[in-house]
Design a protein around this ligand. Structure first.
Ligand code: MTE
Length: 310
């Protein structure tokens, strides 16, 4: 029989952080009316530069979370079940870093992250992020649309799913916990992966992505609960079989494959109607698809008998 154990994100949250003034970063949006081409730059710093153009199409509709909260309150089970892992995560070396492109591709291969970064156009997008635990943040991510990576990978027409596997490194002490079905694997359909919102992040707040937030490269899917956005990606597999994903394997009655944000569908053990904003601790209503229904609603219009919201 499957044993249900309380995981870090299910225990009562740590004492709340004090009130603070939320940084608005209005300057980022000012003058961001046109996208420009990123000028040539040293490769490592290409992961995120302060002068990467902000894509004005993605307005977050709420204040950006202050960087110190987004970078010190993390979920990263490979390191720890606690949120307080950012110091430990600094031990994860960010270079060299390769990503294996595998499965139903014209040419399976392994690509170095800096080689990949040379082939994409970086931009900044300010996205809302909603964790299944009912906390939320708003983050300026630097990166590139996942669709650009699909073009580089060249999947076969029969590909139905894109599966992301994340790093297992000796510095990750959480990997010793036998309960979890490592490696961390999450996946989306090829249509979801091709959607304009699906993003690969290599930076945040105008800097290279910190290890605790998934550096050097992570997935960012703002309309889904955060657990779908795997950190520290080392392998991307293209397949026609729906993968068994990390959280679905652990708790199939609580975490599903789709995991789209929906305030009307509670987690079996708590409500999803509202969310707590990191930093201010304000509680605000949760929105269907985390507020991105216009961009992604059509992806699910024809899906019947699927649990889209857990
Ligand atoms: N990726 C890996 N590899 N390991 C994890 O434990 N946690 C997920 C997701 N990606 C996780 C992961 C969860 S539950 C959330 S909410 C987000 O990362 C948190 O991202 P953040 O720490 O950058 O806020």
């Amino acid at each position: 029989m499957h044993i249900i154990r309380r995981r870090g994100w299910e225990v009562t949250e740590r004492p709340v952080t004090p009130e603070h003034v939320v940084l608005k970063r209005r300057s980022l949006l000012k003058g961001a009316t046109a996208m420009t081409i990123l000028p040539g730059a040293a490769l490592f710093s290409r992961a995120a530069r302060a002068d990467v153009p902000v894509n004005p199409a993605f307005k977050p509709g709420r204040a950006v979370t202050e960087e110190k909260y987004a970078t010190t309150y993390n979920n990263y089970y490979e390191f720890s079940e606690s949120k307080d892992l950012w110091r430990d995560a600094q031990a994860l070396k960010q270079r060299p870093w390769t990503i294996k492109l595998d499965g139903m591709l014209k040419q399976p291969r392994t690509i170095g992250i800096d080689d990949l970064l040379k082939q994409v156009s970086l931009e900044e997008r300010i996205y809302r992020h909603r964790c299944v635990e009912a906390w939320a943040m708003t983050v300026p991510w630097t990166g590139f649309p996942l669709s650009q990576l699909l073009k580089i990978a060249e999947p076969l027409g029969s590909t139905k799913y894109v599966v992301f596997e994340t790093a297992q490194d000796k510095v990750m002490s959480g990997l010793d916990a036998p309960f979890y079905p490592w490696p961390y694997v999450e996946g989306v359909t090829i249509d979801e992966a091709s959607n304009e919102l699906a993003f690969i992040s290599t930076g945040m707040y105008g800097k290279p992505l910190p290890p605790q937030n998934g550096g050097p490269i992570r997935l960012t899917l703002p309309w889904k609960y955060g657990f779908k956005s795997g950190k520290a990606i080392v392998k991307i597999t293209f397949t026609d079989k729906r993968p068994m994903t990390f959280w679905e394997a652990i708790g199939p009655t609580e975490y599903g494959f789709w995991a789209n944000v929906n305030p009307a569908v509670p987690h079996p053990r708590w409500s999803q109607a509202t969310e707590r904003l990191l930093g201010s601790d304000e509680r605000v209503p949760t929105q269907i698809f985390n507020g991105y229904a216009d961009q992604v609603g059509a992806l699910y219009a024809d899906l019947k008998n699927e649990k889209l919201f857990m």
